[in-house]
Design a protein around this ligand. Structure first.
Ligand SMILES: NC(=O)c1ccc[n+]([C@@H]2O[C@H](COP(=O)([O-])OP(=O)(O)OC[C@H]3O[C@@H](n4cnc5c(N)ncnc54)[C@H](OP(=O)(O)O)[C@@H]3O)[C@@H](O)[C@H]2O)c1
Length: 345
């Protein structure tokens, strides 16, 4: 049922290019949800790599400052707008928002809300929203990796990486995962063979593990190492590039590193060597909202179901209350954590 009164919401604001300590808190009244919208009470929201880029003004699709960050959310519907099934009130749902989720309450299109299975803790569900969709789609839609294949996952301790490793293992795929040495036990526990990305011999080590080349490499680092990722592939193998973490601190246009990357991948695809190179973008196809939403809903539901049945184990690095979002972001940026830093209500 629609909530006739305004709802006070506490929001975290990114005011401009600031250090994590420059995040601000504000309170404002949210109006009741309009047609097709719901009001959500946030239970858990995530710290993604995207916010590290956004606070530097370096995100590919950078929102203008000031704005409320928050790429994804798990929460309970507390009010519905006209045209939305009032039975949604009280349901726990998940959504990918890109921005706006670091808030106690937020307004959302009802069509973007995906049900969370009963019995799954909000923080656990949170770890597989944007990360789960990204990992699932790269593995099963972009690279279409088959059972019995061998893949390389860069950053296997990270939010996306740790989910990708688990999904791949579940699908009968052998995984080599790069991570700093401190995370090797954790990466092993997920079922992957760890390789230290700081070791100058890392590519030789990967070749020792997969002498005939690998079927797919998932690379969010880019930079000089991208060519090494490409060279690891066997004939018929697929490179899935999905970020440029290596250029995060470079000054200049935030789109340039990505555009350079696209050009490189396009060139590689022209080479007659049987390999293919893709850039994965979660927002691709957004201009056709119905099919975009249907795909996202289907894939997120698959991943949440695997979490609910225990196939996936949520990798929660740490939990912080909303008013400590600055500490949450600083921890995520410390390059010491395994899994996802989660902000909870
Ligand atoms: N294209 C898309 O649609 C899409 C969607 C979602 C995410 N992404 C991308 O996915 C990536 C991972 O996101 P996340 O939220 O999972 O991040 P995260 O949890 O912070 O994990 C990042 C991982 O990358 C490693 N890493 C970071 N910087 C690195 C560098 N310069 N060289 C080598 N390794 C580095 C980290 O290792 P340490 O822990 O040792 O630092 C960690 O394993 C990001 O680049 C993000 O932009 C892309």
């Amino acid at each position: 049922m629609s909530n006739p009164v305004a709802t006070p919401a506490t929001e975290v604001v990114l005011p401009g290019e600031v250090e994590p300590s420059g995040l601000r808190l504000r309170t404002r009244d949210l109006p009741p949800p309009t047609a097709g919208r719901v009001l959500l009470r946030m239970e858990a929201t995530g710290v993604s790599f995207a916010e590290q880029q956004m606070r530097r003004g370096k995100y590919y699709d950078q929102p203008p400052f000031p704005f409320v960050p928050g790429y994804d959310v798990v929460g309970t519907v507390v009010a519905t707008g006209p045209g939305v099934d009032p039975a949604m009130v009280g349901r726990r749902v998940a959504a990918v928002t890109k921005t706006g989720a670091w808030a106690s309450h937020l307004l959302l299109d009802a069509a973007d809300a995906v049900p969370v299975p009963d019995g799954v803790a909000a923080a656990d569900a949170e770890t597989v929203v944007v990360n789960g969709v990204t990992a699932w789609q790269m593995l099963h839609r972009t690279a279409k990796v088959s059972r019995g294949a061998t893949i390389v996952v860069l950053g296997a301790n990270g939010g996306v990486g740790s989910t990708l490793v688990q999904l791949a293992r579940h699908a009968g795929i052998t995984v080599i995962g790069t991570a700093s040495a401190r995370h090797h036990d954790a990466v092993r526990a997920l079922g992957a063979t760890p390789v230290d990305y700081r070791d100058p011999e890392q590519y030789r080590r990967i070749r020792q593990l997969a002498p005939h080349g690998v079927d797919a490499v998932f690379d969010h680092v880019g930079g000089a190492g991208l060519e090494e990722s490409w060279r690891l592939l066997r004939r018929g193998g697929t490179l899935v590039s999905y970020g440029t973490a290596a250029t995060k601190d470079e000054a200049g246009n935030s789109r340039l590193p990505v555009l350079k990357l696209f050009a490189r991948l396009a060139l590689w695809n022209l080479l007659p060597n049987g390999r293919s190179a893709h850039f994965y973008n979660l927002w691709a196809g957004k201009r056709r909202p119905a099919s975009f939403r249907a795909r996202l809903r289907e894939d997120l539901t698959q991943v949440l179901t695997l979490l609910a049945d225990g196939t996936l184990t949520a990798q929660v690095a740490a939990e912080f209350p909303l008013d400590q979002a600055a500490a949450a972001l600083a921890l995520a940026e410390s390059r010491t954590v395994a899994g996802k830093v989660v902000i909870v209500a």
